[in-house]
Design a protein around this ligand. Sequence first.
Ligand code: GSH
Length: 206
Amino acid sequence: MIKLYGLRMSNYYSLTKALLIEKGLDFEEVKSPPSQKEDYLVRSPMGKMPSIEVDGRFLSESLAIFHYLEHHAPDPALLPADPFESAKVMELCCHLKLDIELVARRCLPELLFKQPVSDETKDQVRADLAKGVKAVDRLLVAGPFAAGAEFTVADLFSFYCFGLANTLSQSVVGVDLLEGTPRMADLLKRLAERPSIARVTAEAAG
Ligand SMILES: N[C@@H](CCC(=O)N[C@@H](CS)C(=O)NCC(=O)O)C(=O)O
C-alpha cells in the first residue's frame, strides 16, 4: 500500500491526498512534519512534504508524484488523451505552482510565524501575482472544470495552489486575487464540493 508522508495542514499534502482518493488507491497517511534530518531527506531531498513510499522506494514533489500515479493507475485519467491538450493541462499546473503559489508563499512567514515581510517584497509579490493571475485566467478553459469538460489534475492544482495563495495575498498584501479572475472564483466554489476535496478538508479540520 502507498504511504503518504506529511501533515494534513499542507496544501501540497492535501493535493496529493485528493489525488490518491480520485485515483481510488488505498493509502496510509503517515504524520511526518518537514525536517532536514538525514532519514527525512532520503524520502524528500529538500525536507518538504509531501512524499510517498511505494514498495520501499520514495518519491517527493507533488507533480512527480502525480506523474507516477497517472501511469500506475491510469483509470480514471486526470489528463486528456490528446498529447497537446494534456501538455496544456500541465502548463496550467506549472503556472499555478510557480507564478501563483510560490509567489504568494513569500508572504507565509508573516501569516504563519508573525515575521514581517518587507514592503519591498510585498510590492514585488503584488506585481508578480497580478501577472500570474492574468496568465492563469488566460489558460482557464470554459467548462465546469479548469481545462474544460473533464476533471483533471489542473483542478487539484487550482484548488490547492490558488486557494492558499489567495489566503496569503488577502491577509498579507491586501489583494483578493479572485477579483482578477471570476472564472477561478466559480471554479474554486464548485471544487470545494467535490467529494475527494471535501473529504480532505473535513479530515484536515480534525
Ligand atoms: N514543490 C513542492 C512544494 C512542497 C512544499 O512547499 N511543502 C511545504 C508545505 S506545503 C513544506 O514542506 N515546507 C517546509 C519547508 O520548506 O521546509 C511540491 O510540489 O510538493
